[in-house]
Design a protein around this ligand. Structure first.
Ligand code: SLL
Length: 157
């Protein structure tokens, strides 16, 4: 494929997780007893911008303690929601649209369930209120010497 003469194009994404402690009074009936949190890991555009025009699908690789740890998400929203008890690193593999001819790229996200709050009283309060724990990162996907088709795709937005 013909390449355009610009060195690179960049697309901004946001990825990470939000985790909430399960309310013991409102436990879903089928929740395993040792599962303390519900969480969602996701890849999205900044300010909810569309990313599906260049990302075809996203594979999330969970910890081996999960049944079917490889989760392929073929359509937006590119996210996986689960419950569990522990923190671990999630591999997030981005597959690009065919026009792009780029290889898949892998990101790593550490699933955070517990708040990092130094002040003990404040930490206790956060726990009591079951405050969601957010851990998100802004990143940019760099397409070096994009194909013409990809360049058009990225600049038409
Ligand atoms: C830890 N290294 O020991 C980590 C592993 C794994 C968390 C955490 C599985 C839930 C299920 C789950 O929460 N795994 O049983 O499906 O802290």
């Amino acid at each position: 494929q013909k390449r355009v003469k610009v060195p690179s194009r960049v697309s901004d994404i946001l990825y990470g997780s939000v985790a909430t402690p399960v309310n013991p009074d409102k436990k879903p009936p089928n929740l395993p007893v040792d599962h303390t949190h519900q969480w969602t890991v996701s890849v999205k555009g900044v300010n909810d911008a569309d990313i599906a025009h260049f990302i075809k699908k996203v594979q999330f690789k969970l910890h081996d303690t999960y049944a079917n740890p490889l989760r392929m998400i073929e359509h937006p929203p590119f996210e996986v929601s689960e419950t569990g008890w522990g923190e671990f690193e999630i591999q997030i593999k981005l597959f690009f649209v065919p026009e792009c001819t780029e290889k898949a790229q892998t990101l790593f996200h550490f699933l955070k369930l517990h708040p990092y709050i130094g002040d003990k009283a404040e930490l206790e309060l956060a726990r009591q209120q079951r405050r969601p724990v957010l851990s998100y990162v802004y990143d940019e996907i760099i397409f070096n010497e994009p194909t013409e088709a990809m360049y058009d795709l990225l600049t038409s937005r």
